[in-house]
Design a binder for this molecule. Structure first.
Ligand SMILES: NC(=O)c1ccc[n+]([C@@H]2O[C@H](COP(=O)([O-])OP(=O)(O)OC[C@H]3O[C@@H](n4cnc5c(N)ncnc54)[C@H](OP(=O)(O)O)[C@@H]3O)[C@@H](O)[C@H]2O)c1
Length: 332
């Protein structure tokens, strides 16, 4: 039996606009960076996508290089789309990106027009799509003129292969310049995808968060749980089923310093006093002031998505709670 989505899927999720665009994103989005590659379990991938969509998570975030191996997350998601979700395509916002190393030789990396447009074609093919909803330049390229990368995004949109343009890992200064170029091109630029969590507040110190709010540019926050550090799972050692153990590419045991563990312990106590898990408090904190459009979670099992969804309606903080978080993990 093919999957049928829950009739209640739009009952609770808020859908703020991304910047001043017409596109609304779910307050929680699901990213496929981990657990959707060739080493993942296909039934678990499907269960996570269904759990998400059944609860109003309409936005699924990918990139050309998500795996391992690069491309495999798009291939697996494409299979789920084809076999289970095709009836819901117009209810989904699917994004992909190019900017990191993807194929051998001088044309499979960074921000040239040649790379970005070829990569988008490959992504569409892997996912079996005619278009993605958002196409991102994945990182700033110091050696390619910004105009060239932005014109490639514009071409992607004007050729109908993407509906909206986005940038990722761009700092405040380059976000402003990219916005100006895309505005001149009349290209619908809607969002910057940035790392943001209680443990990584660089978009506050760099001014990007305030700039985006003032200029009505969407922000989607990735790694909001610092890849799982902002949960209670590492308080009693390193569990076998945690990212540190199952996929050590980007999160290592060495990051769990005694200082970090002390911060996690203090934050966990604060979360308990709010009646939330640490994961829930960390996600709520991202959405606390309405300046971030969507919080982009990852998950290794459907139960985590269900736990994280419980923040809906509980993202307010008292001044005292915010001061306590600042004291434990200041913006610096
Ligand atoms: N643009 C970029 O450069 C960029 C970079 C990184 C990520 N991203 C995007 O952001 C998405 C999210 O990044 P992320 O995976 O690092 O996000 P994250 O939300 O910080 O970490 C997700 C991991 O935390 C653990 N977790 C989640 N909910 C939990 C819960 N309730 N209780 C306990 N553990 C929980 C799971 O790991 P376990 O395996 O330990 O269970 C899960 O895989 C990616 O999929 C991708 O779409 C973008």
């Amino acid at each position: 039996m093919p999957y049928t989505a829950s009739n209640n899927r739009y009952a609770t999720m808020p859908y703020p606009r991304s910047g001043n665009s017409g596109l609304k994103l779910p307050a929680l989005s699901l990213g496929l960076w981990h657990n959707f590659g060739s080493n993942g379990d296909y039934e678990n991938m499907k269960a996570m996508c269904f759990t998400a969509f059944d609860h109003g998570i309409t936005h699924f975030d990918l990139a050309n290089n998500y795996g391992p191996e690069p491309g495999s997350a798009e291939r697996n998601f494409g299979r789920i789309l084809r076999e289970e979700l095709s009836a819901y395509r117009d209810e989904l916002v699917i994004s992909t990106k190019a900017g990191y190393t993807m194929w051998d030789g001088p044309y499979g990396d960074w921000g040239s027009r040649k790379y970005l447009l070829a990569s988008l074609d490959q992504s569409l093919q892997r996912m079996g799509l005619d278009y993605v909803d958002i196409f991102y330049h994945h990182r700033m390229d110091p050696n390619t003129p910004l105009e060239e990368s932005m014109m490639a995004l514009d071409t992607a949109v004007k050729s109908g292969k993407a509906l909206y343009a986005g940038i990722s890992n761009y700092d405040r200064e380059h976000t402003q310049r990219a916005m100006e170029i895309l505005k001149d091109l009349k290209c619908p630029f809607i969002i910057n995808q940035s790392r943001y969590s209680i443990f990584d507040r660089h978009i506050e110190t760099d001014g990007l968060k305030a700039f985006a709010a003032q200029n009505r540019c969407g922000i989607i926050a990735f790694s909001p749980l610092a890849q799982g550090l902002l949960t209670d799972k590492y308080l009693k050692g390193i569990p076998e089923d945690s990212r540190i153990k199952t996929d050590g590419r980007f999160l290592h045991a060495e990051q769990l310093t005694s200082e970090k563990l002390a911060q996690i312990t203090a934050l966990n106590e604060l979360a308990k006093s709010r009646g939330q898990s640490l994961a829930q408090m960390a996600l709520s904190w991202i959405l606390r002031d309405g300046e971030v459009t969507s919080v982009l979670i990852g998950a290794s099992k459907p139960e985590q998505i269900l736990e994280n969804l419980k923040i809906i309606g509980h993202t307010a903080f008292t001044e005292e709670e915010l001061r306590a978080i600042d004291a434990i993990s200041p913006a610096k």
